[in-house]
Design a protein around this ligand. Structure first.
Ligand SMILES: Cc1cc2nc3c(=O)[nH]c(=O)nc-3n(C[C@H](O)[C@H](O)[C@H](O)COP(=O)(O)O)c2cc1C
Length: 189
């Protein structure tokens, strides 16, 4: 690698970070190195439960309690969820991988996911944890919309291993399971 005055700088290798154009494939490959869990965001579409698999999910604020989901513009989620509408966020377990595929653009014929209702919002039975959030802000961002939601309900569910997504594939985590108490997890935080 060269410095700005043209001298050779030892020890710093040329790297793809110098690539002038960021194409979608490269960005996707890079982001794939960021390990995430997998959620299914659940909502009512024409009064029927619907879902969208999303790993672009994050915690935003503790006070007030805010979370964020990024939804592609073409997703049906955008047609049903706008400001003040509630939606669910279900953290998937390893065994819910078929649901991730089902709500992630590869629907399985005959699969009938078990929903329950909380605050008029569908939630997926068998999830690691479930959240009901009310959309308080929707920000357009490129080809996605960022949904900021105020958390109104939390339920700790099945004590199983989480479903993990890494380098575009489903993975397993080898860690012992946390203990949940009624106030939340008692270890690790
Ligand atoms: C593991 C995984 C993670 C995904 N994460 C997101 C995401 O964060 N945001 C998004 O808009 N789509 C995401 N998708 C794609 C949507 O789930 C997919 O486009 C789905 O078909 C959208 O639902 P719809 O067809 O009902 O609109 C993800 C898919 C998979 C399999």
């Amino acid at each position: 690698m060269q410095t700005s005055d043209g001298k050779e700088e030892p020890g710093i290798p040329d790297s793809p970070e110098l690539t002038p154009q960021i194409d979608a494939k490269m960005l996707r490959a890079c982001m794939g190195l960021f390990v995430t869990g997998v959620t299914v965001v659940t909502y009512l579409a024409d009064e029927k439960p619907a879902g969208m698999t999303a790993n672009a999910f994050m915690s935003v604020s503790l006070d007030p309690p805010l979370v964020l989901v990024s939804a592609r513009n073409s997703s049906r989620f955008n047609q049903s969820v706008r400001r003040e509408v509630r939606y669910g966020i279900n953290f998937l377990t390893e065994t819910q991988r078929p649901l991730s595929m089902h709500f992630g653009g590869r629907p399985t014929d005959g699969l009938e996911p078990l929903f329950k209702s909380e605050r008029g919002t569908p939630l997926l039975e068998g999830s690691l944890a479930q959240i009901v959030a009310r959309a308080v802000d929707v920000h357009p961002a490129g080809d996605h919309n960022l949904y900021i939601g105020e958390v109104e309900y939390i339920r700790f569910g099945h004590q199983e291993h989480p479903l993990v997504f890494y380098t575009g594939k489903y993975r397993q985590i080898l860690a012992h399971l946390p203990h949940f108490s009624t106030n939340g997890s008692t270890e690790g935080w």
